[in-house]
Design a protein. Structure first.
Length: 389
């Protein structure tokens, strides 16, 4: 009888061990990366005792160890593509998986009680990490980039041959710019250009400086005065060079005065107060606001409106655009600020880039419409072409 019970218990233990063994355990180098991760997979297991066990992935730099434990996971978790990017050595900070190195990985199934004894253990699998030169999972992004590049280049070539045949819709604020500068000249007053509160590395500031160059050239041709307020010293230096070049292009280098491009203040509301003081004292006939603005936008534009100046604003700060629309005569909204340089200069490269981006936006809208339609009809294949990996 005892012999029978012993045989039965051995058989039961073997069945329990087999039921909770790690099946189809595999370790591979993560594809399409720089060699900084490995991927661990195993077959999903279902057992009546599943709540009493845990998975424990172990990693080592040598086949004979020591093995370092990674995250402990509930059993039976579907083991499809568990990514390992690093591990913790005893007494050390986290160690990252590095390229061109061999690692040894195994998995344990642990008992869920306090003892956490090992129920079963997989074989040790070695894997060598390697960086990939090309990420094929981002091939769709590469093809889209090539498409947009070709479209932009084609429009640039076309614009060089036919600069006046590329249609750009009218932007009222830019059309009124010359009249506003002419008004300042006739009244014998200055024009004021107010920069936003961003550094020279920001896109709105770069767009504003490009527009400043066009305004400064017209000012030089009209023999008028342009004052430029700056919040950032670097923007001030760039603005001085831009205005100087504009005067040289207009054939009036003698009319350039560097003191008219000045640093007002480095604090938000100190800057607003300084510029408002200039508006009240000098009463410029025309005021331009270009760049990225914050809460000071309403203070500035309301003061300018009170002095009776023609005001033209342009910003991509969507929270401030309502204030500019309310207080200014003309407002460039969002991307109109970026299109202003191409609109004013008709430079082929700028025009080509502008039209190429429009085609890209149209393509994106078309893809969204088609993706929505196909997904609604239950076909996911089209959408998967554009899913980020």
């Amino acid at each position: 009888m005892r012999l029978f019970i012993s045989i039965f218990m051995i058989y039961l233990g073997f069945q329990l061990l087999s039921a909770n063994a790690v099946e189809d355990f595999s370790v591979i180098d993560k594809p399409n990366d720089n060699g900084g991760a490995i991927v661990v997979s195993w077959k999903e297991m279902v057992a009546e005792t599943e709540k009493n066990f845990f998975y424990q992935i172990m990693i080592a730099e040598q086949e004979d160890g020591p093995f370092y434990p990674l995250e402990k996971m509930a059993y039976p978790l579907k083991g499809k593509g568990f990514e390992v990017k690093g591990y913790n050595k005893e007494g050390e900070e986290s160690t990252l998986v590095v390229p061109n190195k061999t690692y040894f990985v195994k998995m344990k199934v642990l008992n869920g009680d306090k003892s956490e004894t090992t129920v079963s253990e997989s074989e040790i699998i070695s894997v060598t990490t390697k960086g990939n030169f090309f990420a094929f999972n981002k091939l769709n992004s590469f093809l889209i980039l090539i498409f947009l590049t070709v479209v932009i280049m084609c429009f640039i070539v076309y614009a060089q041959r036919n600069p006046h045949k590329l249609f750009v819709r009218r932007i009222a604020g830019l059309d009124a710019m010359e009249d506003a500068l002419g008004r300042a000249t006739e009244m014998g007053r200055s024009a004021l250009f107010v920069h936003g509160l961003r550094s020279v590395s920001e896109i709105p500031t770069i767009a504003a400086i490009n527009i400043l160059g066009k305004i400064a050239k017209k000012i030089a041709e009209f023999d008028a005065t342009l004052r430029v307020s700056n919040w950032d010293p670097i923007v001030q230096q760039v603005s001085q060079e831009t205005v100087k070049e504009a005067h040289i292009e207009a054939g009036r280098p003698d009319t350039y005065k560097s003191e008219n491009i000045f640093f007002a203040a480095g604090d938000q509301f100190s800057y607003a107060a300084a510029v408002e003081g200039i508006m009240v004292r000098e009463k410029p006939a025309t005021i331009f606001y270009f760049g990225y603005f914050y809460a000071e936008s309403l203070l500035l534009s309301e003061t300018g409106a009170h002095t009776g100046a023609i005001q033209i604003a342009g910003s991509d700060a969507f929270t401030q655009i309502p204030f500019f629309i309310t207080t200014c005569d003309y407002t460039l909204i969002g991307e109109e600020l970026y299109a202003a340089s191409a609109y004013l200069s008709r430079e082929p490269k700028l025009l080509g880039g502008l039209k190429g981006q429009d085609v890209g936006k149209m393509a994106i809208i078309l893809i969204l419409i088609l993706g929505t339609l196909f997904t609604t009809l239950g076909w996911q294949g089209f959408s998967k072409l554009f899913w980020p990996s």
